[in-house]
Design a protein around this ligand. Sequence first.
Ligand SMILES: *[C@@H]1O[C@H](CO)[C@@H](O)[C@H](O)[C@H]1NC(C)=O
Ligand SMILES: *[C@@H]1O[C@H](CO)[C@@H](O)[C@H](O)[C@H]1NC(C)=O
Length: 458
Amino acid sequence: MASSCSSLFLLLFMVFVGSFHLSVQETTVSLSFPLTSAPLSETSSARAKFLSSMVASASGKRRVQKTTAAVVASPPFGYNYRSSFKYSMALIVSLPIGTPAQTQQMVLDTGSQLSWIQCHRKSPRRPPPSSSFDPSLSSSFSVLPCNHPLCKPRIPDFTLPTTCDQNRLCHYSYFYADGTLAEGNLVREKFTFSSSQSTPPLILGCAADSGEAEGILGMNLGRLSFVSQAKVPEFSYCVPAKQGLVVNKTNNNNNNAKTGSFYLGFNPNSRAFRYIDLLTFPQSQRLPNFDPLAYTVGLVGIRIGGKRLNISAAVFRPDSGGSGQTMIDSGTQYTFLVEAAYAEVRKEVVRLAGPKLKKGYVYGGALDMCFEGEPSEIGRLIGNVVFEFEKGVEISIDKERNLDDVGGGVHCVGIGRSESLGVTSNIIGNFHQQNLWVEFDVGNRRVGFGEADCSRTT
Ligand SMILES: *[C@@H]1O[C@H](CO)[C@@H](O)[C@H](O)[C@H]1NC(C)=O
Ligand SMILES: *[C@@H]1O[C@H](CO)[C@@H](O)[C@H](O)[C@H]1NC(C)=O
């Protein structure tokens, strides 16, 4: 990892934003950070996604009350990611945490609630990755005591299998399906943007089990998300376009990685954004398949190659059981659609480019519209992919970018079935948020989009 490079970046940004004398609690806050799009290792992503889904939402079935359970086989919530796609291509921001600040790489995730940092476990045998957080070096770090309300099971909007450990600390631990143990503590720590700008101590997870570099920045609407705890009225990001070249997963120093932007607070580009309202649903309505903490938007239609598909707008709305909501999720790579919508997308792709389809091929158990051969030619056959929202607002993916390079000379349409992810929602993933400002205006309960060249927006 080019950590010295990113800390230099961060330092430059801190110097830059420091001149505004803003505080995170003020509505005028405007902090900007570099954002990169990077692949995570298989184990890292598989674990991270599960950790995230444990605290993604309290909607649904709380089936896991024990601290050691085959949790993957029996998901704690209806809303649970099972596919390895959750963070396979993740948006990463580096944020200064603690006093003095230690720069932590975090996966930006609008689909989950609690933030996590990778904490340093003192082991004489295995030195921790230099990028992990060392609590002993921070004067603002504290642990959450067992008598804290959050450490009790079955909090209405937050559940994590916690126990009180022998040090009277709030400890979580559970086993993954592969038998490995995940554990850590709930803690409080500040985000320290500069000497004059910091958040109050926020509740975070301090993961002690892994040597992975990245934490998670939970950004959904839950009261424990970073946005809610830091009282950030709005945030936005611009995802740089993925380069045509397939990313070399064993080489994290991907020279082709472009840098986009992440804003906490006011975004000076927002005048050009077009907004849609977040859909809200009665709190009393606790539906098993509905995530009330997600950024739920009104998708009304999909066009492919100029043709509007025959999909009822009702397919993109939660039904009586809560299935079918459409959410904007920075933490999911591809876009996933419920069967009624997916079938129409696939039918049209087959109609336009069927003879070139790689038959019987499914990438990662999720993408089954894949092709060999010249991607730009196939892209042209399929044409632009457009997601139509309320008020005429659209996300349009140019025909040059509607296929993703999955390696081995294969390119796939970046849309899969929700079922393959183990969810019943429609999810607009980060693949379809490239070269786009996406602003989450929490205060005004709306989401804004603005086209941009994200590799030039910092
Ligand atoms: C990926 O990068 C590593 C390290 O630079 C290199 O050894 C390996 O050959 C690369 N793999 C491919 C497929 O390019
Ligand atoms: C559109 O879909 C509906 C229900 O799925 C079907 O009844 C109708 O015939 C379709 N219209 C066209 C033009 O294919």
